[in-house]
Design a protein around this ligand. Structure first.
Ligand code: ZN
Length: 334
């Protein structure tokens, strides 16, 4: 069975932004020689997707265009809270997290229009659309402070009979259920529409997924602030796989502790059952969770390959891989 290696790329190695082609071509050629067969390019940082597609083709790499629910959306509706709640959040977690509200229909409409234009222009040059942040950040912070934008308030009025659920109501399992059901339903609507859109243009649909789906080991303290659980953020990727909505799932299993990496990987295998051919395990080289050594990358690749998965995806904040990593990749590719 073939074992495919992919990278998440951001073009951070390009210094000449006016003429990025040569540096893109050099980087992708290096990655191709190391056995990487696909690159998942982050659209806000690509500089020129035309140049990038040309460089990737030259190097023999397939391109997946990585987009997220606020991408291409004019004036997206962000998670809305009164000032006192923002202060409370900052006091408790050291961060104010105002991501795009997944419940707001205007966000979805804007995103789908942008994705449609991208697919129409680049079908044939890209292989897939890759959804990132296809969730409502962040599980830790959502439980106590659900969004209060106009669309969310309309939902609360209908289901709870008030514009904003009180702290006491938020402890009621029935209210918690409905908040989660609405969040999951609305993120899912975007995925369903993206599935149809991608298929219309002959493209695959892949996603970056939370490594912690429901109860995997996680890091819930700063500066990481929780990596899930996915189901609390409206990202039920196991159900999406069951429903045939996605062609590839890349869980961001960036644990620097090998035992944790292994246990989270085991969870993914159990969860996916007979659909593990969709799983490309994400491996962190340098991420918010820390760094992995070339030997650590090799150990992880061994575990992923031995589990019978079709491949792995590397995340590296710098985008640049030392020779020792390239040698490891080459050993596993193919
Ligand atoms: Zn909202």
């Amino acid at each position: 069975m073939s074992f495919k290696l992919k990278i998440w790329d951001h073009c951070r190695y390009v210094t000449n932004k006016g003429r990025p082609y040569d540096e893109m071509a050099r980087h992708l050629e290096t990655m191709g020689k190391a056995g990487i067969t696909s690159t998942i390019i982050y659209m806000p940082e690509v500089i020129s997707l035309d140049d990038y597609c040309r460089a990737a083709k030259e190097a023999g790499l397939a391109v997946e265009a990585r987009i997220f629910p606020a991408w291409g959306v004019e004036d997206p509706v962000l998670r809305t809270l009164p000032p006192a709640e923002w202060e409370e959040m900052e006091k408790r977690f050291g961060i104010k997290l105002a991501g795009t509200c997944g419940n707001h229909p205007r966000n979805r409409a804007g995103f789908l229009a942008a994705a449609e234009a991208l697919a129409a222009e680049y079908a044939g040059r890209i292989e897939a659309l890759h959804l990132d942040f296809i969730r409502n950040d962040n599980a830790l912070l959502l439980a106590d402070s659900p969004c209060q934008c106009d669309a969310c308030q309309a939902l609360y009025r209908r289901y709870f009979g008030c514009a904003v659920p009180s702290k006491e109501m938020l402890r009621d399992p029935a209210v918690q259920y409905k908040l989660l059901a609405l969040r999951n339903e609305n993120v899912r609507k975007t995925v369903v529409a993206m599935r149809a859109l991608a298929s219309r243009h002959g493209l695959k649909l892949t996603i970056a997924a939370r490594a912690n789906y429901v109860n995997s080991p996680d890091i819930t303290s700063p500066p990481v602030w929780g990596l899930g659980p996915a189901v609390l953020e409206g990202q039920d990727w196991v159900e999406w796989a069951e429903a045939g909505l996605v062609d590839g799932i890349c869980p961001m299993n960036y644990h620097t502790d090998l035992a944790l990496f292994d246990s989270v990987l085991a969870d993914h295998l159990r969860l996916m059952g007979n659909r593990k051919e969709l799983l490309f395990s994400g491996i962190g080289i340098v991420s918010s969770m820390g760094e992995t050594t070339p030997e650590g990358a090799a150990r992880r690749l061994e575990l992923v390959r031995n589990a019978g998965l079709p491949g792995a995806v590397f995340f590296n904040k710098t985008n640049v891989y030392a020779q020792e990593f390239l040698e490891v990749f080459r050993r596993f590719a193919g």
